[in-house]
Design a protein around this ligand. Structure first.
Ligand code: ATP
Length: 350
């Protein structure tokens, strides 16, 4: 566990970057520091591995003040990932990843074997190992950065806006990859971002900071969205806070109709019926008025996807209904507008 105990950082020019910050980043969890530019996120992060020293208060690592640990020893147990990866340009990828094992005196063969294992772990083709950083895409370089930080298997990982220089699609896959890795590795991660969506997706707990380096709120993402502590947090969360909250509402209890599906385009009393294949995969919505064409549909995986996905699925179709499928993509029922309405009313009351 990492503990900030009334930590203040004042730079020599008088700027107070962090002001009496008290928070805990529990072992094995992702704690996200989020807030507007200049609110002290990077300063807070760098005080953990003593790239910057606190002016007042202390930071403890499993109860031990970091101020009493010499920086090289401290950093051996702390991986660090930064924006644009910060790779050494004239070292091959494999040697970039093996940087810390080399520093620890591992023999070259063992260090390289570890690097190859890690490249695979972060989803990179081992064939890239012999390239130089400039021969990789931004997203690939970022993955190498993560592999390098993990090389000596440190219990703690500090990540400073690691995914902000890549396009949104690559960013999403890097975020998914981090969550997958974390499920296996259970590191204690402190992650800095200015992107509230990223914070909500990745954080077990999210600390919102305001300019001046003061903590505005520390909460799990669901609580943050439903109970922002004040106007600053509310504004920072944005105007679609209600919609985003739906990503924490389960579709498990959603009322489904199973009488709206058909193998063929058959006339019925219902305005819409969902045509499915012989093995129950959706084909399209059929409205009797235009027999020649089927209309688009949207699906969500019942119980796994959130109400936000179900609502999105409904909005993708002129029928206004969302198609519930199982993990194999087979239709299990249809959530009509009425059923979605009921679920939304319940979510609003919760
Ligand atoms: N070396 C320094 N000397 C003086 N002031 C500094 C120094 N480094 C940072 N600051 C100031 O401290 C405050 C916090 O900076 P910091 O980089 O921690 O914020 P941040 O939240 O990470 O910002 P961003 O999201 O823009 O990276 C800012 O006002 C910044 O200008």
């Amino acid at each position: 566990m990492i503990t900030f105990d009334a930590v203040t950082k004042r730079y020599p020019d008088g700027t107070t970057a962090v002001d009496a910050l008290t928070l805990e980043a529990p072992t094995g969890e992702i704690t996200v520091l989020v807030g507007p530019s200049g609110c002290g996120k990077t300063t807070s992060l760098r005080m953990i591995n003593r790239m910057i020293d606190a002016s007042e208060g202390q930071i403890l690592l499993d109860g031990v003040p970091v101020s009493g640990i010499d920086p090289p020893t401290l950093r051996r147990g702390i991986g660090y990932v930064i924006q644009q990866a910060g790779l050494f340009p004239h070292r091959k990828i494999v040697d970039n990843v093996a940087t810390v094992p080399y520093l620890l005196g591992w023999d070259k063969k063992k260090a390289r074997a570890r690097a190859m294992e890690l490249l695979e772990r972060v989803g990179l083709d081992p064939a890239l190992a012999g390239r130089y950083p400039f021969q990789l895409s931004g997203g690939q370089q970022q993955r190498v950065g993560v592999a390098r930080a993990l090389a000596a298997d440190p219990p703690v990982l500090l990540m400073d806006e690691p995914f902000s220089a890549v396009d949104p699609i690559v960013r999403t896959s890097l975020q998914d990859e981090l969550l997958r890795l974390q499920a296996e590795l259970n590191k204690t991660i402190v992650f800095v971002t200015h992107d509230i969506d990223e914070a909500i997706k990745l954080g077990d707990r999210v600390a919102v900071l305001r300019v001046g380096g003061r903590l505005a709120q520390l909460a799990d993402p669901k609580t943050l969205l439903s109970e922002p502590a004040d106007d600053f947090v509310r504004e920072f969360l944005g105007h679609d806070r209600g919609i985003r909250r739906l990503q924490f509402v389960s579709t498990k209890g959603l009322r489904l109709r199973t009488d709206l599906t058909a193998r063929d385009r058959v006339a019925s009393d219902e305005p819409w019926s969902l045509v499915v294949t012989a093995d129950d995969r959706p084909v399209g919505w059929y409205a009797g008025s235009r027999p020649e064409e089927l209309e688009p549909y949207g699906t969500f995986v019942l119980g796994r996807d959130s109400m936000r996905s179900a609502l999105d699925a409904a909005l993708l179709s002129p029928s206004g209904c969302a198609v519930a499928v199982d993990e194999d993509g087979k239709v299990v029922g249809v959530a009509t507008r009425e059923a979605l309405d009921e679920a939304l009313a319940e979510a609003a009351d919760a």
